[in-house]
Design a protein around this ligand. Structure first.
Ligand code: AMP
Length: 230
């Protein structure tokens, strides 16, 4: 079957800027983004049955159950298949080998005309801590746009007193506190190596982008990666 659709999987620690880069791709390239973190927080905010189950895991910086996350993603992909036409970023999924395996099977079964690209966002721990200290997000669960108080990543048009998209208040995420950040980073590095090995064994090329630089430069490098893919 001819390849007509592209999925970009962003791999990187919390605070690497997966959400910020995804937003630029949405704004400037017309791509779509599926962030499992956004989906999870939306469930918690709406107090759905899923939300009640995952609230504790998120607050304590742990991963949500693989089966639950995979079901959420598969349902979303079936409902939003149009999102794949231009380019879809998976931001924060898969995070474990079990999730990657389930995604591979789902794509082989339901989205076989899709090309999967892996992009690893590389950043130092120091960079992560700085980024997360400056991160604020839109409070509106249906928006959750990401902003940064760090000048080098702030778009000049952003005023940082309210969301530019929906005018809701901007807040700090509860799990961006220091102790939880440390747990989230530890969890990320526990899975990173296995995940990258899984992609390599699946014959998928992992491209790296240095994100310890200003967002505009990250976007430029990422676009070069996309163009190199044809
Ligand atoms: P994020 O917004 O990507 O930083 O995700 C916030 C939190 O949501 C994570 O710390 C996890 O608790 C949960 N989460 C998001 N994506 C996943 C995933 N793919 N697998 C397990 N838990 C996830």
């Amino acid at each position: 079957m001819a390849i007509t659709k592209s999925i970009y999987i962003f791999i990187g620690p919390p605070g690497a800027g997966k959400g910020s880069l995804s937003q630029l791709c949405q704004d400037r390239l017309g791509w779509s983004q599926l962030s499992t973190g956004v989906l999870c927080r939306s469930h918690i905010d709406r107090q759905t049955e899923i939300g009640k189950k995952i609230d504790f895991a998120i607050k304590s910086g742990k991963l949500v159950d693989d089966a639950l996350i995979c079901n959420m993603v598969h349902e979303w992909l079936l409902e939003h298949s149009i999102a794949l036409e231009k380019g879809l970023i998976l931001d924060g999924f898969p995070r474990t080998v079990a999730q990657a395996q389930a995604l591979r099977e789902f794509i082989e079964d339901k989205l076989s005309d899709c090309q999967v690209n892996i992009v690893q966002l590389r950043i130092s721990d120091q960079g992560v801590i700085q980024r997360l200290a400056g991160r604020i997000v839109c409070k509106n669960r249906d928006c959750q746009r990401v902003y940064s108080r760090n000048c080098d990543t702030v778009d000049e048009s952003q005023k940082l007193d309210a969301c530019v998209k929906c005018s809701s208040a901007l807040i700090r995420r509860a799990d961006d506190e220091k102790a939880t950040i440390e747990k989230r980073l530890k969890t990320y590095y526990e899975h990173e190596g296995d995940l990258l090995n899984f992609f390599a064994r699946s014959g998928l090329l992992v491209r790296s982008v240095d994100v310890d630089v200003a967002l505009e430069r990250v976007f430029k490098t990422f676009k070069e990666v996309v163009e190199a893919n044809g």
